[in-house]
Ligand binder design. Structure first.
Ligand code: OGA
Ligand code: MN
Length: 211
């Protein structure tokens, strides 16, 4: 028996429909409690072992750490020790990639994701996820790893939409998916440790040197 038997969430067709209709989707209870607990424990353990590094903004030689703008600490999944929960997460996200390609013909060909930990006081100012000089990020995916997030704990993901603001509580099991070049968003100040996995589906570069 695998530690985490693969359960493909039934909501992925709904995610594809939402992306086509409005560019974003929020789904609850997407992952099992066991999987959320194992991923959250991995993230918090790395945080307490100083294995996460301050996240920067920008890319390449423009990369800068500016805690007033972005205060989280991250580690790419492919730079973490292998864990069954991480493989399980990647297998589930592979199903999402296939669903989005089948339904929306987005030509998504890879997925990159990192753990993120916002300590108390940290947030991330309003931004878009697609770098000006890196057009490959198509779809952003955030999975929350916090059990028992209470009103007043802060750390909401705020989407800035034409129709107004939408605040998403970072409760474990919630998945947010949105078009990386389209949806402005920010992370409101967290009042306790806030763990997540943030990732991007990318399309294949037209010019392979871009990758
Ligand atoms: C990001 C981001 C949102 C969140 O890391 O780019 O916008 O809710 N994260 O963690
Ligand atoms: Mn973002």
């Amino acid at each position: 028996m695998p530690e985490f038997p693969l359960a493909v969430p039934t909501c992925f067709e709904q995610v594809a429909d939402d992306l086509a209709a409005k560019g974003w989707s929020v789904q609850h209870d997407v992952f099992s409690e066991e999987l959320v607990a194992a991923l959250g424990q991995a993230c918090r353990q790395m945080w307490h072992n100083d294995a996460l590094t301050p996240a920067g903004i920008g890319q390449g030689s423009d990369l800068a750490v500016v805690p007033e703008i972005r205060g989280d600490y991250t580690r790419w999944l492919d730079e973490c020790s292998p864990r069954a929960c991480q493989s399980e997460y990647l297998q589930i996200l592979e199903q999402l990639r296939e669903t989005l390609n089948r339904s929306l013909f987005l030509g998504l060909d890879s997925f990159e994701t990192h753990f993120a930990l916002y300590p108390p006081g940290a947030g991330y100012s309003k931004h878009l996820d697609r770098f000006q000089n890196n057009p490959l990020r198509m779809v952003s995916v955030v999975a929350y790893l916090n059990q028992n997030w209470q009103p007043g704990d802060g750390g909401e993901l705020r989407l800035h939409l034409k129709e107004g603001l939408v605040d998403v509580v970072p409760t474990g099991g919630t998945l947010v998916v949105f078009l990386s070049d389209r949806i402005l968003h920010e992370v409101l100040e967290a009042h306790k440790e806030r763990a997540s996995l943030v990732g991007w589906f990318r399309r294949r570069p037209l010019n392979p040197l871009l990758r």
